[in-house]
Ligand binder design. Structure first.
Ligand SMILES: Cc1cc2nc3c(=O)[nH]c(=O)nc-3n(C[C@H](O)[C@H](O)[C@H](O)COP(=O)(O)O)c2cc1C
Length: 483
């Protein structure tokens, strides 16, 4: 198993740059490895890594990297079961669909847990292979049901930092403490319509992998939040306090915290953010924990300004997502870069696209689900389900629903037509962004939907410096160059 620097050593040597965790698999192990090798924090996306592992194996694992990491997993029988189910030597024949992966639930069975643990292990293990830099993993609080098994898998591979965004991750410190000691533990799960707080997802590490594994490194935990109020709330009680924060503004790529106050949209349908949505950096600094600023700060000047304002550094996404080390397919990267060079790349804040209901940044690209007509004509179906919400049914049991599933199904489960309108299936679209999109029985391939940050200043300047494209190394050379 990989060893990691202890937490205290990590705190002494905090990186200036966090390469943001960008899901699904845009922040791949290759990108995180390239950043970590340079002494900055390389982060893998922890979203849907069970699916990513299964599909990479079904595509044949042609370079052998996945199986190399699996060989380091401490329990061989788990590896054998996953290989038996998913490895297709040579890959899939054209037009053949990927095998379905069981969806998350409140009581995940052994097969789901094993695939999740192993998927997270593989991604972190590969990101850490061959150097002693630090590697983090990024989770979405919204995907609570995967979190215990996912974090356990990442910790088995020696992950140094866990970052969680899109929610209030108050139970994470406790979860990480328990997992480091292989203690059976549980994570509360929000259930729509049930304020009791009685629901949770459990994990029993010895039941899953046996008792022979030594205690694990307890990773540093960074909460990704948008306001000083939430930062102060989380630090009031040591039991729920993270070890630091990423303070993310509304121009960042991916999901954004919704604007505060009465929802207002501009003439293009974008949510309008105001002064109240800007975090007060002085108050964040007064909380007393290390913090990084994120969102439209991918330039050398912004890095220096953030540090001058008291931040440890910045978390940067967009310029890394466009780099040759990211998981985006070469075709999508070329399409994005061509639009950037032509000064035609536009990123809008889409209030409807994400099933989470959070605003989501969408790059406007032909042939992707940013086109309203394509979004409308995609046959609705929910076969991956990472963003499904548990809800309380009339019979008192817990059901699952997603506003991107067929509208009548969603309404039958208590949702409304308004909530379902304009939604995109992010699970399928984001998998397509990294070349792991599903092929349907009629031969149709799932379309992509690309998210980027709203501010393209850094990308535009890098495109001038490197007209043929840039790597993660180029990004770091540029961001960290002396003034
Ligand atoms: C392609 C892409 C995917 C992203 N996915 C996630 C994600 O899954 N989880 C998360 O916390 N942040 C996500 N983000 C946000 C980044 O981690 C980072 O905080 C943000 O991009 C910083 O702003 P910038 O893009 O202006 O540099 C994503 C950003 C991009 C560009």
């Amino acid at each position: 198993m990989t060893t990691s620097p202890p937490l205290t050593a990590l705190r002494r040597a905090l990186p200036t740059i966090i390469q943001g965790g960008m899901g699904v698999a845009v922040s791949s192990w290759r990108l995180a490895s390239a950043v970590a090798r340079r002494g900055q924090l390389g982060v893998v996306s922890g979203t849907a890594l069970d699916l990513v592992l299964a599909r990479r194996l079904e595509d044949g694992d042609l370079d052998g990297s996945v199986r190399r990491a699996m060989a380091a997993f401490p329990v061989r029988s788990v590896v054998d079961r996953v290989l038996k189910r998913h490895l297709r030597p040579g890959g899939r024949a054209a037009g053949v669909a990927y095998t379905p992966v069981q969806r998350l639930s409140m009581r995940p069975g052994r097969a789901v847990q094993e695939l999740t643990v192993l998927g997270n292990f593989v991604e972190v293990w590969l990101a850490k292979e061959g150097h002693d830099g630090i590697v983090g993993i990024n989770y979405l609080q919204k995907i609570q049901m995967a979190m215990p098994a996912a974090a356990y898998g990442a910790m088995l591979a020696g992950v140094d930092v866990v970052l969680v965004g899109a929610g209030i991750p108050r139970h994470l410190p406790h979860l990480l403490d328990d997992l480091a000691a292989h203690r059976p533990t549980r994570l509360p799960v929000d259930v729509v319509g049930d304020p009791s707080g009685d629901h949770c997802v459990e994990i029993d590490p010895p039941g899953l992998l046996g008792t022979g594994i030594p205690p694990l490194n307890r990773p540093m935990f960074l909460a990704i939040v948008s306001s000083e109020v939430l930062a102060a709330y989380l630090t009031r009680d040591p039991a729920i306090s993270p070890d630091g924060f990423v303070i993310e503004g509304h121009r960042a790529g991916g999901h954004n915290a919704p604007p505060r106050g009465r929802p207002v949209r501009d003439e293009r349908g974008q949510p309008v953010f105001g002064a109240r949505d800007q975090a007060d950096i002085g108050k964040v600094a007064a909380v007393g924990l290390p913090f990084w600023l994120a969102g439209s700060l991918g330039t050398p000047e912004a890095v220096r300004a953030a540090v001058a304002a008291g931040a440890t550094g910045v978390q940067v996404g967009t310029v890394f997502a466009m780099s040759t080390d990211s998981g985006l397919t070469p075709q999508l990267r070329e399409q994005v870069l061509a639009a950037l060079h032509a000064d035609e790349l536009e990123v809008l804040t889409d209030a409807d696209a994400s099933p989470t209901g959070f605003p989501f940044k969408v790059a406007q690209l032909d042939g992707t689900l940013s086109e309203p007509a394509l979004r409308e004509t995609r046959p609705r179906l929910c076969d991956l389900g990472f963003l499904r919400s548990p809800y309380l049914k009339d019979d008192g049991l817990v059901g699952f629903r997603c506003p991107a599933e067929p509208v009548e199904m969603f309404v039958r489960k208590g949702g409304t037509v308004e909530e379902a309108t304009g939604r995109a299936c992010l699970c399928n679209a984001l998998s397509a962004d990294v070349g792991l999109g599903q092929t349907r029985p009629d031969g149709r391939s799932e379309e992509a939907l690309v998210t980027l940050g709203a501010d393209l200043t850094g990308a535009t300047r890098l495109a001038e410096l490197y007209p043929d494209g840039w790597s993660a190394d180029h990004v770091l050379d540029w961001l960290l160059a002396p003034a």
